[in-house]
Write a protein that binds this ligand. Structure first.
Ligand SMILES: *Cc1c(COP(=O)(O)O)cnc(C)c1O
Length: 479
């Protein structure tokens, strides 16, 4: 057989591409065709696939057929309107189309020169996002894959804000001259803060988890005391991570009070608004970002609650020079003539290669507009209030936390049932409703008690889906 080189012919793109677009359209039209939570057991998908790669190329048509029959059964449908677990996310039509263009161009935006539009559009899209969130000018924005990485970069910059420690050059190991670096966050903070500390060599033990109040917000008074106590022990407090919309309950830390303490104590303030920050596109919800104007950095994930396909995490800092100092390293082969006039985004993090994610954020913002984004988020918050109202009105159920955004924490708690039995019953209820395939919820523990979470955030979720969740929950409780 003659050796073939080069890509598949473009007419294959047209024929298969049309079929795939039709498939996507049908999928989005009827996302409820599939059970939201995959019904496979560990190993099922792997066993259904050949263990070795094909010797010869196969027809796209065959591959796509196998995608439907073999891969799809193992998909948990994050685009399903009954997805209420974790924080629900969605790929919207403009985002999906943008991903197609992104793959077609296959740009690597590591340097301005390697695609000027990738760098400049990233700056434009993030400046638009800044404005949508009601933040003042003066922020530098960059897109990372996830909030976890954004937070790690924030803590790396916080450390570089102490250049006299020379950690960039000398590292941290084996240095008797180096004080122990300390990072503060709340007991409700996301585990990415701890992961950042372990990745940076700060160490898990040096992440101080400040107690939260009865509404799961960091206690600023205890933060101030913890910093003073650590200083007295010769430690060096470097950063505080406050959260706007915690993962368990979407509580909002008192950022203005925390910012005051950080300013006084010279700590880098990073605000993790991965989920909750999106709410600031709703004009009347802008106050959720109060105090952020005094922060050093902030992360918000458009891939969480701004209808942009994963991955797209927006990282903002008012101290880009420090972030750059932490990471800029230019080998000869990446030197460019215009490097003093432009931003080279490789200078602001660990990664060199950079996907053209700005295109999808830009297309999503344009397609929905400020009012369209706000309407959608407002609608999700309204649905959450409605659901919370049903829970409150039913004597057998109770709310477990306030509902400031679109997440409801609740449990089945009939009178006369012990807390241990309630824990067990709620866990059973969770498994039962998730087995229906209609809805998918997740859980957390609050005050030690097993708590159900209903997170509304998918662009296709309507009132009837929330009603169905409530019906399924009560049916499961009645069994
Ligand atoms: C989801 C979430 C994260 C983690 O986001 P990734 O982008 O998956 O890393 C971090 N913090 C908060 C508050 C979150 O809600």
């Amino acid at each position: 057989m003659a050796m073939t080189t080069g890509d598949l012919p473009p007419n294959e793109l047209v024929t298969e591409g049309r079929a795939i677009l039709d498939w996507i359209a049908a999928y989005l039209r009827e996302p409820e065709r599939y059970p939201v939570l995959a019904r496979v057991r560990p190993g099922d998908i792997r066993r259904s696939l050949p263990a070795s790669p094909p010797e010869h190329g196969e027809a796209l048509e065959t591959i796509v057929r196998d995608f439907e029959t073999r891969i799809l059964p193992g998909i948990t449908h994050w685009n399903h309107p009954g997805f209420f677990a974790y924080f629900s996310i969605s790929a919207s039509v403009p985002g999906i189309l943008a991903e197609l263009l992104i793959a077609a161009l296959n740009v690597n935006g590591m340097l301005w020169k390697t695609s000027p539009a990738a760098t400049e559009l990233e700056q434009v899209a993030l400046d638009w996002l800044r404005q949508l969130l009601g933040m003042q000018p003066g922020w530098f924005g960059i897109i990372n894959d996830t909030a976890s990485i954004s937070t790690m970069l924030a803590l790396a910059a916080a450390r570089e804000a102490w250049p006299e420690l020379a950690i960039r050059e000398r590292g941290m190991a084996g240095r008797a001259d180096l004080p122990t670096l300390r990072v503060y966050t709340s007991t409700q903070a996301h585990s990415s803060v701890d992961k950042a500390a372990l990745a940076l060599g700060i160490g898990l033990d040096n992440v101080v988890h400040i107690e939260a109040d009865e509404q799961f917000r960091m206690r600023a008074d205890l933060l101030g005391r913890a910093i003073v106590a650590d200083r007295a022990r010769g430690m060096l407090p470097i950063a505080c991570v406050a959260t706007v919309g915690t993962t368990s309950t979407t509580s909002v830390d008192p950022v203005p009070a925390i910012a005051e303490i950080c300013a006084r104590e010279q700590l880098w303030l990073h605000v993790d608004a991965s989920y909750g920050g999106a709410a600031a596109v709703v004009p009347e919800m802008r106050p959720v970002l109060d105090g952020v104007e005094r922060a050093d950095s902030l992360v918000v994930n458009p891939h969480k609650w701004l209808f942009t396909p994963i991955d797209c995490s927006a990282f903002f800092t008012r101290r880009a020079d420090v972030l750059r100092r932490a990471f800029s390293l230019v080998p000869e082969y990446l030197v460019t003539r215009e490097q003093d006039e432009v931003e080279n985004l490789m200078d602001y993090g660990v990664q060199l290669g950079r996907r053209f994610r700005a295109l999808k954020l830009w297309m999503v913002i344009r397609a929905f507009g400020a009012d369209g984004l706000a309407d959608r988020i407002r609608a999700h918050c309204r649905l959450a209030q409605q659901f919370a109202g049903w829970v409150e009105a039913d004597d057998d159920w109770e709310l477990m936390a306030p509902v400031p955004f679109s997440l409801v924490c609740f449990r089945y708690a009939p009178a006369g049932m012990s807390d241990a039995d309630r824990d067990r019953r709620n866990e059973e209820i969770l498994h039962a409703v998730n087995a229906t395939g209609d809805v998918f919820l997740s859980h957390t523990r609050l005050g030690g008690r097993f708590t159900l979470r209903l997170a509304i955030g998918n662009i296709r979720t309507q009132e009837r889906h929330v009603e169905l969740a409530w019906r399924r929950l009560r049916e499961a409780a009645a069994q």
